[in-house]
Each structure stands twice: as C-alpha cells, then as structure tokens.
Design a protein around this ligand. Sequence first.
Ligand code: NAP
Length: 285
Amino acid sequence: MKKLLFLFDTDPYPSVFDTVVAYDGGADRVTGYANVTPDNVGALVDGTIFTRGGKEKQNTAIFVGGGDMGKGEALLKAVKKKFFGPFRVSVMLDSNGSNTTAAAGVALLAQAKKLKGKKAVVLAGTGPVGMRAAALLGKEGADVTITSRTQKKSDDAAKAIEERFGVKVKAIEAADDATRAAAVKDANVVYAAGAIGLQLLPLSAWKDNPNIEMVADVNAQPPLGIEGIEATDKGKDRFGKLAFGALGIGGLKLKLHRACVGKLFDSSEAVFDAEEIYALAKEMA
Ligand code: NAP
C-alpha cells in the first residue's frame, strides 16, 4: 500500500522544501494543498480518515506547513478536532521548518552545554523558528529574551509562546545593531533567528563579550545573521565561544525532518509538534 502524505499549507503555494523532504523521508506520494485554513480543512481531513481501515490507515498522514506559526497552530488544532475514535491519522506541524530547525539548534546547544539557568537571547525571535527556539530554550530552564524591531510584535510573540508552552519569555524591542548589541550584553547564549540574508549582530557585539558562551544562527544566506561565524560551524571555537551556523544546524534539521516524516507512517496516532520533535532531536544530536 502506498504511503500518502497530504501537505496542508497555510501559504498561497504548498512548500517545495517540505515536498522534497517528505519524499526523502519515505512518502511514496506527496499532495500539496495551498491556502488551507481551519474553515476549509474539514473535507481534506475526511479524505484521510475515512478511506483506509485498521493498520492500513497508518499509510496516510498529514503535514501542516506554511510561513505563519499562528496559522499553522490553528490549522493543526482544526485537523485534530476532526479526529474521533479510530478515525485519525498521524500529523506533523512544521510551519517554515519551525519545529525541526529550532529543535535541531537547541538540541545541539543543549548537548554542548547545560542551558538551565543560562541567559538566552533569541534575536528576531518573532518568526516561526525564533518562537519555537525561545520556547525550547525556556523548557530547558534558560532565562529567555526575544527581540523584534517593534515592541508590539515582541509582546505578541511572547504571549503566544506563554499560551502554548507555559514558558515566560521577556520581550524587548531591538531594531538596529546598537540595540541588538545591548540586548546580548548579559547573554550567555545568542540564537539568531532573523529572516533569510539578514545580518543581525556585528562581530564587535559579541567577540569580546565574556558573558557569551555560545552563538547559533539559522540564516544560511550571506550575510549571515551573526558576523564572524561560518554557516558550517557546528560547535566550532570562535573567539572562545562555541559557534553553530545554519548549515551546521541544518544537517541535523534535515535528518530530523526526514525521520519525523518516516515516523508518521509507523502508526495512525502520532502528533509531531515541538515537544515530540525536540525529544527526537535530542536523541539524534
Ligand atoms: P521569518 O519569519 O522570515 O523572519 C524572522 C524574523 O526576522 C521576523 O519575525 C522579523 O522580526 C525579522 N526580520 C524580518 N526582516 C527584518 C529586517 N529587515 N531587519 C531585522 N529583522 C527582520 O523567519 P523564519 O521563517 O522564522 O526563519 C528564520 C530563519 O531560519 C530564516 O533565516 C530561515 O531562512 C532560516 N531557516 C533555516 C533552516 C536551517 O535548516 N538552517 C531551516 C528553516 C529556516 P520582527 O518583524 O519582529 O523584527
């Protein structure tokens, strides 16, 4: 029986990245739907849960993606609400690679040094990856601050993180190099989660800072988010700090993403969201 993965994307196009990784993760056929919302997802879910019975049902699975964390979370909730009794299939949420990328980065940091009690700053922590990274760092016991170019967006993201994870993070506005440098002054861990191709932190803001022990950056496109590291860094010593670059993190992210897709077909009951994906990341790191 063919393994079918249905990609429900909240964006105007189903993600090419998620489609490729779904095949590499073991799906035989990937079907992407765009502009999927809680209001129109019902019939799509019906198609996955009423077509195969018993053990055969585990050969159908759902992947929720798209560029908006809030929309992805709402869609996952709507999908799960349609399930009842044995009428369910496994489902994974990974809006913009949020869970897999954040989990891979935080798992590598946690493996390198204990995070409990450390001060962590997630730069541009309002996107899907940054919000998940902040939550996972908080779950590890770090004292987390997120930054944004606006106080309102920072506050909104912090509120969403607390509502979803019960983790309190501090929200601040830091819209330029000077304010971001000030934001990381007392930090022990810096996780840059800005949009692609954006430098958020100049070398001078962290190189000689004795508080900073680890820096991580998920932006692979030059200029990198943190000046002075290489995208391929994976625990590399840079100026006495451990550095993790986007490709160093991305290798684990890809393996993790593929592994999660593969596991969707092991049962019809799995839900892969931040906690489940992070647990697997820690095993794989
Ligand atoms: P995103 O939503 O596109 O952007 C994250 C944040 O960047 C935004 O919320 C915004 O924060 C800030 N930002 C946008 N434009 C800015 C500007 N001109 N100046 C300063 N800040 C700006 O990002 P995402 O989807 O969460 O992804 C984060 C990063 O992870 C991206 O670089 C992406 O390419 C990368 N990624 C890496 C991997 C990997 O395996 N390495 C996998 C997936 C994604 P404010 O508006 O609040 O300031």
